[in-house]
Write a protein that binds this ligand. Structure first.
Ligand code: SAH
Ligand code: SF4
Length: 391
């Protein structure tokens, strides 16, 4: 009996791909063509191409497909929503096991940015975040992270053929540094110049403050941008929003940011979700400036996309908060709440989608044409599983 498919071809790094070919008696130099087809061309149906060398063609026919050793990650589009300004497209993508994740394509100021998920759900339990309210389901494999980028790049090729996908943020569902190895493997593939080729300095890893992951990124000299979601200027203020701050307090987190800056020489991006009445006072802004003193930091203020029980800061108050930080010498941007009508806050599309709560078992080919009206219910959340304690 043929063994069931075991691994995704997208999960293989380049060296692993060479090893697989070699182990099957195929010269490793054929890995270049395979890598190019998968990552540069983003092909979905390798075995039907007939454009590969005969040995590679034979290996593909023997090894890739249902019932064979490898499959391709090709998530199915469950929902496709456009914001009313047409600048944000948000997808709910279904993975092979029926789980769903959110992937977003944003196109502001002539730049296109992919925002992808790194986990199904999240273990960190931030109280204002729809993903946090869902609980943790599982980590994504590298191939599942790469496949999201390939998906939005294919969309862009159709909608804006002259544009290239140049930016990536890991700000979808999940905590990237809780899934460190898979995330770094995926990013190395995404940044590969013979593949998707998004420059490492255009890739942002956003973390809620997983200190060991920040220090590891610094020690390993990872070339990606680091964004830290802070949201609180004291442990008390922060722990009311971000429960994981009980594990790594502000002193430890800020020390890790300083180490990161000193080791890499790179600027850190501080993400601050402005939540009405929680972390948006001018005193908080002043304390934040004090906390970050001496760190080369750029602060991004993001008004909350309202979730159950929490509201966003009005823009006048947001701009006042911004001015305090700017007066203290920090570059500080205040991001407009765009895409709110497609439930663009992290995890809100999945939380509001009935399709996502009824996962199916089989895998389907992706679709690029289907579109549903913008989703409007942003506040619904699923408390299916509890918050995972990190080991
Ligand atoms: N887990 C990582 C990355 C995913 S969340 C992190 O927390 O950084 C990406 C960003 O979205 C975080 O800064 C998070 O605070 C923010 N976010 C989550 N829910 C939001 C909402 N409802 N409105 C606005 N920003 C939100
Ligand atoms: Fe997880 Fe980030 Fe949401 Fe917090 S904000 S629950 S870390 S995805």
């Amino acid at each position: 009996m043929t063994p069931p498919p075991t691994r995704s071809l997208h999960d293989l790094g380049f060296a692993a791909m060479e090893d697989e070919l070699r182990a099957a008696g195929v010269s490793a130099h054929h890995a270049k063509a395979l890598w190019r087809a998968l990552h540069h061309d983003g092909e979905l149906y390798l075995t039907t191409g007939g454009r590969f060398s005969p040995p590679l063609q034979r290996w593909l026919a023997d090894s890739v497909g249902e019932g064979k050793a490898f499959f391709l990650d090709a998530p199915e589009v469950m929902e496709d929503s456009h914001s009313s300004d047409g600048l944000t497209r948000k997808y709910l993508l279904r993975l092979r096991d029926g789980q769903t994740v959110e992937t977003v394509l944003m196109g502001y100021d002539g730049r296109h940015t992919a925002c992808v998920s790194t986990q199904v759900g999240c273990a960190m339990g931030c109280v204002f975040c729809a993903t946090g309210q869902m609980g943790f389901v599982r980590h994504l494999r590298p191939g599942e992270i790469i496949a999201q980028v390939l998906h939005v790049r294919r969309v862009l090729q159709v909608t804006h053929p002259a544009s290239r996908l140049r930016n990536l943020v890991l700000m979808g569902m999940g905590e990237p540094l809780h899934n460190y190895d898979a995330v770094m493997q995926a990013l190395d593939a995404i940044a590969c110049v013979r593949g998707i080729n998004i420059g490492p300095s255009k890739i942002s890893v956003s973390t809620v403050g997983v200190v060991p992951g920040i220090l590891r990124m610094a020690a390993e000299a990872r070339p990606y941008r680091l964004a830290v979601s802070l949201h609180g200027s004291t442990d008390r203020e922060r722990s009311a929003l971000v429960p994981i701050s009980g594990r790594w307090d502000l002193t430890e987190l800020i020390a890790a940011c300083r180490t990161y800056g000193a080791t890499t020489g790179r600027r850190i991006f501080i993400e601050w979700t402005l939540i009405a009445g929680s972390n948006d006072s001018l005193e908080t802004a002043a304390r934040l400036a004090e906390l970050l003193r001496g760190i080369d930091a750029h602060i991004n203020l993001i008004p909350l996309n309202p979730t159950s029980g929490f509201g966003g800061t009005p823009s006048t108050a947001g701009h006042a908060f911004q001015r305090v930080l700017q007066a203290a010498g920090f570059p500080c941007t205040f991001r407009q709440r765009r895409g709110i009508d497609v439930a663009a806050g992290c995890g809100q599309l999945r939380a509001s989608s009935r399709a996502a709560r009824a996962p199916l078992a089989s895998n389907h080919a992706p679709s690029y044409g289907r579109s549903t009206p913008p989703s409007s219910s942003a506040g619904h959340s699923d408390r299916s599983s509890g918050v995972l304690k990190l080991a």
